[in-house]
Design a protein around this ligand. Structure first.
Ligand SMILES: Cc1ncc(COP(=O)(O)O)c(C=O)c1O
Length: 382
């Protein structure tokens, strides 16, 4: 007997990252020392006070039980209060906030709530693949490519967007490009969405990972008819805990919560308790020490790597956000990544983020400075 994948699953393109992982495993087995700049997973540990809080909360049997799928009330309140301190945005914790199992599922599940088969969804390209795939294709909908070009700072041309789509995904600070958005662009994007009746899903997963004087805003600072997604993953080095949030328009949040109530049973209570402590570290708009310490590390790595890549002849801008460097390599991104792998340096080919990523590669700054310097040296020799 043979089992057939559903049509919608067959539409999902082969997972480039799995292929890379396989090649890396093979090289490791051959004994090659690998410097992995591929995956966007912080190498720094979760701040100790947050680990301690989880351990403490685990001792309370009440936290061993089912949570509520849309989030425990104390965590929804903690998120709302954080938005007030950090962004000056007031939220109703009962109607305008949902707790997520990491922002990834929310970005995908919101589409299940509002997208019908055949609907068109505007997906930037290059982009985090979940928008076009996990959200759009798995809803039997049609991803419409929104090209992002380096010459435009990787911001889309709003005037060129079709007005007949149901939903638009935007993400700044941006993975994979490291681009950030100006307030005027965000204001225009939200206005365009509201005028055309397009649901704006704003992915703000890197809101706290910014450098120099740049402070990332919330889309809700410019209006309330949108849904914004955020995460503790990168801010607090908590990728493995799976804790994110969605905030914004009450109808959009209600739809997302309704979908989630049929699929998951919420983030573990002891993780939500740690989230309360993490967000409580913010006393105002500025980052608390535990986040600032992280950002300092990434900033130093960014500066070392950008300087080194420029010395190697690459034309690369200093990104103001995220821990990614995205730069043109003047050849096929897969061939470049393969050549780098030969010397034990893992980079992600830009094409893995969509056709418009071709010719670029992404490096994640998830290795200590000494390893980044070693990677640069190997690249120089290669
Ligand atoms: C742009 C972007 N959005 C969302 C996510 C999902 O993060 P999480 O599900 O850990 O909150 C990621 C993870 O890499 C990302 O790069």
């Amino acid at each position: 007997m043979s089992f057939e994948f559903a049509d919608r699953l067959r539409k999902i393109p082969p997972y480039l990252f799995a292929e890379i992982e396989e090649k890396v495993a093979k090289k490791k087995a051959e004994g090659l020392d690998i410097i992995d700049l591929g995956i966007g997973d912080p190498d720094l540990p979760t701040p100790q006070p947050l680990v301690d809080e989880i351990k403490r909360q685990l001792d309370d049997p009440e936290n061993h039980r089912y949570p509520s799928s849309g989030g425990e009330r104390d965590t929804r309140v903690a998120i709302a209060e954080w938005y007030s301190r950090r962004f000056g945005v007031e939220l109703d914790p009962d109607r305008e906030v949902a707790v997520l199992l990491g922002s990834k599922e929310g970005l995908a599940n919101v589409a299940r709530a509002f997208i019908n088969p055949g609907d068109r969804v505007l997906c930037p390209n290059p982009a985090y693949p979940v928008y076009a795939q996990g959200a759009t294709l798995l809803c039997d909908a049609e991803p419409v490519k929104v090209p992002l070009y380096e010459k435009d700072g990787f911001l889309p041309d709003l005037d060129a967007l079709p007005a007949d789509a149901k939903m638009l995904y935007l993400n700044y600070p941006n993975n994979p490009t490291g681009a950030t958005a100006t307030p005027s662009f965000l204001k225009d994007a939200l206005r365009w969405c509201n005028e055309t009746g397009t649901i704006l899903c704003y992915d703000n997963a890197y809101s706290e990972m910014t450098f120099d004087d740049y402070v990332a805003p919330s889309i809700l600072e410019f209006g309330r008819q949108a849904i914004e997604f955020g995460s503790l993953s990168k801010t607090f080095n908590m990728t493995g805990y799976r804790l994110g949030y969605a905030v914004g328009d009450a109808k959009l949040i209600a739809g997302l919560k309704k979908v989630k109530s049929q699929i998951d049973s919420g983030a573990p209570k002891f993780i939500q308790k740690a989230a309360n402590v993490a967000l409580g570290e913010y006393t105002g708009r500025s980052r608390p020490k535990m986040v600032e310490d992280n950002v300092k590390v990434y900033k130093e790595r960014r500066d070392v790597m950008v300087r080194g890549l420029r010395e190697l002849g690459y034309d690369i801008k200093l990104p103001k956000g995220t821990f990614y460097l995205f730069f043109g390599v003047g050849e096929s991104s897969i061939e470049f990544a393969n050549r780098m792998l030969e010397v034990g340096v893992v980079v992600t080919p830009g094409i893995g983020f969509g056709q418009n990523g071709e010719g670029f590669v992404r490096m994640a700054l998830t290795q200590p400075v000494a390893r980044l310097e070693e990677a640069l040296e190997r690249m120089r020799k290669a």
